[in-house]
Design a protein around this ligand. Structure first.
Ligand code: NOJ
Length: 499
């Protein structure tokens, strides 16, 4: 085990430096996703995804008009990525399978030999380096053909996804024991159907909510396929990765709207799976039914679950997968106040204004405001709402513009957020079992293109070789992973790095 070494001067009079250990067995990893890193968008027999279609047909959708046709070229340079993963001493690497690379037509009648070869190589390569693969089945790159058939608004997608999951389990479950079915269903539905992400459809009132129901059923069907056909043999664990920000009320009077905003933004994706009763969060279900009635709809826009569906989804998890980045302050909007589409999903539906505090630093991504305590609060809330569930933090990270390797702001972000994870574990007895840094390397940040970078390793996208270089944060994270402990600097932020 490597000793912690303090880099820089920490000689501030009233400062205390504590070294705190993560509990035994705590796992550290880093993550990427297929569309964001692979490139090879039409290599071999790969099918077109909704992101391929979006970047090629509507280049204005992306801030810098870029695309991920090549991205980090991980389709060819995957061994280089695995070298970085090994260099950091990570316990696991979370990556995703591209549905249209494995099933070029979207359906399970034709499996791509090349897709199978590629993911086998990555999985075997990780295992040979002593790193566990954590595999996401769906990280937003739906086969375009399925989108043409209605995508996540078509109820048939539930079985199409289960078919795809069965193929992936059949091919890889002998060597993969942790699976994420769907990454950020909220982004898939509320981003994809409020025109903010591919497929770029604007139908918040109906489309996004149909998607919500189907994405949950699809997750649950994939979970049951694994339970019934693979679990006894491979003993793996599955969950979904929900994106949750911490929401706190602006004043005491804003508590009710804050509770509803939490239920609308992420309770919608977690209550059906993790609560004892299952189904939609009751307060939200009532609100949506009333709203829909007032709007003249014959039934609630939030599609009802049947009793069978409630049972199918309820309990479809082995751990709680949490993507977390940021916090918001919630208040009820003033009458007539206009709320922008980008103000957050709860804005338009609930009339909730989502604000931030002036002292929360902003990352390169305008939505990413730094409030480390939000993570601890959220972890406590999950435990309070859903019981003593095992929680795997499936993403957490910080963006900058990527021009420097000396990324102290990112180091501070990781240090401060990891400290809150430790406090949740040690002070609040929340069962956090692992932590995933987003991201291993700079990559295509969806509609931001390459304007904001999350990488522990930088990638030079101007060079055909796509060279990777370690940032200071990669060295910092490596030191935490190797020590299994965090060196915490208390009192004023000295802007000194600890390594
Ligand atoms: C969540 C998504 O899963 C990932 O794809 C994205 O790059 C990060 N957040 C940062 O925005």
């Amino acid at each position: 085990m490597c000793l912690l070494v303090v880099v820089g001067v920490l000689a501030v009079a009233n400062e205390r430096v504590d070294s705190q250990s993560f509990p035994p067995g705590f796992q550290f990893g880093a993550a990427t996703s297929a569309y964001q890193i692979e490139g090879g968008w039409n290599a071999s027999d790969k099918g077109e995804s909704i992101w391929d279609r979006m970047v090629h047909s509507r280049p204005d959708f992306i801030d810098d008009r870029s695309n991920a046709d090549v991205a980090c070229d991980s389709y060819n340079l995957w061994e280089e990525d695995l070298r970085l993963v090994q260099e950091m001493g990570l316990d696991f690497y979370r990556f995703s399978i591209s549905w249209p690379r494995l099933l070029p037509h979207g359906f399970s009648n034709k499996i791509s030999e090349d897709g199978r070869r590629y993911y086998n190589a990555v999985i075997d390569g990780l295992r040979a380096r002593g790193v566990a693969p954590v595999v996401t089945l769906y990280h937003w790159d739906l086969p375009q053909r399925l989108q043409d058939l209605g995508g996540w608004t078509n109820p048939l997608i539930v079985e199409w996804f289960a078919d795809y999951a069965r193929v992936a389990f059949t091919l890889f479950a002998d060597r993969v024991s942790t699976w994420i079915t769907i990454n950020e269903p909220g982004s898939v539905c509320d981003g994809g159907y409020r025109g903010l992400l591919a497929p770029g459809v604007r139908d918040r009132e109906i489309g996004a909510l149909l998607c919500t129901k189907h994405v949950l059923l699809a997750h649950a069907r994939a979970y049951r396929v694994y339970q019934e056909e693979f679990k006894a043999k491979y003993l793996g664990e599955l969950s979904i990765a929900n994106q949750e920000s911490w929401y706190e009320p602006k004043t005491d009077q804003d508590m009710e709207i804050t509770l509803l905003a939490r239920e609308y933004s992420f309770g919608r994706y977690s209550h059906p799976i993790y609560s004892a009763a299952g189904g939609w969060p009751p307060a939200l279900e009532r609100y949506m039914a009333d709203n829909s009635k007032k709007e003249g709809y014959p039934r609630s826009r939030l599609p009802a679950f049947t009793q069978d569906e409630i049972q199918l989804v309820k309990g479809s998890f082995d751990f709680y997968g949490l993507n977390h980045y940021t916090s918001r302050v919630v208040r009820a909007a003033a009458p007539g106040e206009s709320l922008s589409r980008r103000a957050g999903v709860a804005a338009e539906e609930l009339g909730a204004a989502l604000e931030t505090r002036p002292h929360w630093k902003t990352a390169a991504s305008s939505w990413l405001k730094v409030n480390p305590e939000g993570l601890r609060n959220l972890l406590k809330l999950i435990k309070q709402q859903y019981g003593d569930v095992k929680i795997l933090i499936t993403e957490n990270g910080y963006s900058d513009t990527g021009h420097q390797l000396d990324d102290h702001d990112r180091i501070n972000y990781y240090k401060d957020y990891l400290e809150q994870v430790l406090l949740a574990v040690t002070e609040d007895a929340v069962r956090v079992v692992g932590y995933t840094a987003w991201s291993l390397l700079d990559n295509f940040e969806w509609t931001s293109g390459y304007t904001s970078r999350f990488g522990l390793y930088s990638v030079d996208f101007t060079s055909p070789m796509r060279p990777r270089a370690a940032r200071a944060s990669a060295r910092y994270y490596t030191s935490v992973v190797r020590a299994r402990a965090l060196r915490v600097t208390r009192v004023a932020d000295t802007h000194n790095a600890t390594a």
